[in-house]
Design a protein around this ligand. Structure first.
Ligand SMILES: [Mn+2]
Length: 415
């Protein structure tokens, strides 16, 4: 964005004036935008790949400390990412080290959701909570209990569960029996939760299981969460749906049932592609935020929804990809705040479809980049986080440091 700070402030003021004509208090709007936070995942800063291969980036983080450094860089530039999701197995391979809490604090971030790993160990070949072998189910439950202990130690608000469980061929196992095993295991883990922790239950229709997945859609996640206990909610990952599925409707229904716990942001063209948010369908991100803002305005309160990024794209530079995603989320949320609610409600009451749709389209096509830039300027940051990151020389510096620390990345095939 080759515009001056003054121009950004000017454009932001025009947008705020426009918001005022749509019945919105500009000061409150800026406050709401400032409070917007999205958690970034530790695994989004590390080398990843597809099942065909893994392409290394010299600056990719390899240890939890390096992942936290990168997450702190994103937070420093965007002001919107104060917490970092951790992955128990990948981030604490030798067991949890409480020193990371202090290290994160020093960097200006904190540990967020705790993600157990119930899919990588050989034991989980035929499932974790759904496994027919009670010993393996116990191993999976014990790993989750350890994740809860870590969550207590770092004061994390979320235990975030995703299961690769399912079967690959008809007849492989009894679908109902697996459902019952899941219910029982989730209840055991729920019992161990402190009052301050919410269990988030994620669903996905297929992959790695290609015949049936134990938690395949939001309805199954909803029923299991309800059976697990009062602190369990559904986690909606944008990439975990069939093509064409109306995700904002799922979000709206879960809000209405008080069961929406969080969102995992990413984008996709075909399946669970882990692309950067809004790179394929920014209108979908807007429509999701619009459902959330609609509910918040009706109720006059901010909903307790964990906004999180879940992407680990393997070609873009990691931090740049994360800044793009976080900024897109922020900008789309701002667009949802610019919807002329009164005009929309009037049009809806008259069944005036075209006006109602145009109200949404008008907000969606508003360029909210100056608003986010202005917000950052007011907090002493550069308006353009991506340009600021590139100008900082951070990537070249950490690439050199990390190469010196670890040597060249191993070319071993992706496991
Ligand atoms: Mn996810």
């Amino acid at each position: 964005m080759a515009v001056s700070g003054h121009q950004i402030a000017e454009r932001a003021r025009q947008l705020l004036d426009l918001a005022a004509t749509r019945g919105r208090d500009p000061e409150k709007l800026m406050k709401r935008l400032k409070a917007f936070a999205v958690e970034t995942p530790s695994w989004g800063y590390a080398d990843t790949g597809t099942r065909f291969g893994r392409f290394h980036q010299p600056a990719a983080a390899r240890t939890i400390e390096e992942k936290l450094q990168d997450a702190a860089q994103v937070h420093k530039l965007t002001g919107a990412c104060p917490s970092v999701a951790v992955h128990v197995l990948w981030d604490f391979p030798k067991g949890f080290d409480p020193k990371v809490v202090e290290y994160a604090r020093k960097l200006g971030v904190r540990i967020g959701s705790i993600n157990p790993n119930l899919f990588q160990a050989q034991a989980y070949k035929f499932g974790s909570f759904g496994n027919p072998d009670p010993k393996i189910r116990k191993q999976a439950i014990d790993h989750c209990l350890e994740a809860v202990r870590i969550g207590k130690a770092v004061k994390s608000p979320h235990l975030s569960l995703w299961f690769a469980d399912g079967t690959n061929y008809p007849g492989q196992d009894v679908i109902r029996a697996r459902k019952q095993r899941f219910t029982e295991a989730l209840q055991k883990v729920h019992k161990a939760l402190p009052k301050s922790m919410t269990m988030l239950l994620e669903y996905k229709p297929f992959e790695p299981a290609f015949y049936h997945t134990d938690i395949a859609d939001w309805g199954m996640a909803f029923l299991l969460a309800r059976a697990a206990g009062p602190q369990a909610r559904v986690l909606v990952d944008i990439g975990h749906h069939y093509q064409g599925q109306n995700i904002e409707q799922i979000v709206a229904w879960l809000i209405d049932e008080e069961m929406l716990g969080g969102l995992h942001f990413n984008d996709r063209k075909y399946a669970d592609d882990d692309l950067t948010t809004g790179s394929i369908d920014p209108y979908q991100v807007f429509r999701i935020f619009n459902e959330i803002v609609t509910a918040e305005e009706e109720r006059g309160e901010v909903l307790n929804i964990a906004y999180m990024v879940d992407q680990s794209h393997n070609l873009k530079p990691k931090i740049e990809a994360m800044i793009q995603t976080v900024t897109t989320c922020h900008e789309m949320f701002a667009r949802a705040l610019l919807v002329d609610r009164k005009r929309l409600r009037d049009a809806q009451a008259r069944c005036d479809i075209v006006t109602a749709e145009e109200v949404l389209r008008t907000a969606f096509f508003a360029d909210t980049r100056p608003l986010i830039g202005y917000l950052r300027q007011q907090s002493g940051m550069e308006a353009d986080a991506l340009a600021a990151h590139r100008a900082s020389g951070y990537e070249a510096r950490v690439a050199k440091e990390r190469a010196a620390r670890h040597g060249a990345p191993s070319d071993a095939s992706y496991a």
